[in-house]
Design a protein around this ligand. Structure first.
Ligand SMILES: [Zn+2]
Length: 272
């Protein structure tokens, strides 16, 4: 194998690796920890396994390392010159990663692997519960990042070889299990929602926050990266309970929970 292979046969060779390579568990373990050690040794950002900084260059490093260790170095040439970009997303609040094929207006295309940076940083704090990614327990942020990245590498490999990728399907799960010993295609990283719930901020909770120098109180209606809070206001929009509310988007850290007796905590919906 080498760079003189015609592009089509590079993809065929990559497909062969994806479908039939099944290294022994011990060998998978030693390759994975070699990547772990190499990244720690070389990255100017990832200095400890529970790193506090990360750079897209670290993802590019992981791409080359996984390509070399697990895919026979076939993934890079199989791209046939299509660029692959790496991004850390602060906004992904549920998926741990995402691999996207963009069709550009110019007619060309581009792959992008995005990793949920905020979710990695949200987890692995002191006294946190255990976390599994892809069905494997992760001791630190770098292990979680590697499991997410392995999952995304399978997506990219499938896209290159078959133009479609589905992590709920048997082909994907077979590849992920053989190459990386994954047992699931999901993670249980601590989401903003869970963090918020742990601090008493849940849908229906009464909360107080400051806005434009005023202290407002309202009820949490939705939680994503921020909380959606409904505040009674005569200038607001009428909701299903007949009351007018204005909607505020407040960072969870900016909310204080107002304790109240249980019951009566269903948030009203907008009036139809
Ligand atoms: Zn997936």
């Amino acid at each position: 194998m080498g760079l003189s292979m015609p592009a089509g046969s590079v993809r065929a060779a990559l497909a062969e690796v994806l479908l039939s390579s099944a290294p022994a568990a011990e060998s998978v373990g030693s390759r994975v920890s070699r990547i772990h050690q190499d990244l720690l040794a070389r990255s100017p950002y990832i200095r400890t396994a529970n790193f506090t900084a990360i750079h897209p260059g670290d993802l590019a490093f992981l791409f080359d390392a996984y390509d070399r260790e697990f895919l026979g170095g076939l993934c890079r040439p199989a791209l046939e010159g299509i660029p692959v970009g790496f991004r850390l997303s602060p906004r992904m609040t549920r998926a741990g990663g995402k691999t996207i094929l963009y069709r550009l207006p110019s007619g060309g295309s581009k792959y992008e692997i995005a990793i949920a940076g905020s979710m990695l940083f949200d987890g692995f704090r002191e006294n946190d519960r255990r976390i599994t990614v892809c069905g494997l327990e992760c001791r630190d942020r770098l292990e979680a990042l590697q499991r997410i990245f392995e999952h995304e590498m399978v997506h990219l490999g499938e896209l290159l070889c078959w133009e479609k990728s589905d992590c709920t399907a048997a082909r994907f799960q077979g590849i992920a299990a053989r190459l990386f010993l994954h047992r699931a295609h999901t993670h249980d990283l601590i989401t903003r929602k869970e963090r918020a719930a742990a601090s008493g901020i849940r849908v229906g909770a009464r909360v107080a926050f400051h806005f434009d120098g005023r202290r407002l109180t309202g009820r949490v209606n939705r939680i994503t990266r921020r909380a959606t809070v409904l505040v009674e206001d005569p200038d607001g929009v009428k909701h299903s309970d007949g009351v007018r509310y204005k909607i505020y988007y407040v960072p969870i850290a900016g909310l204080a929970v107002i304790l109240e007796p249980p019951g009566d905590s269903e948030p009203p919906g907008p009036a139809a």
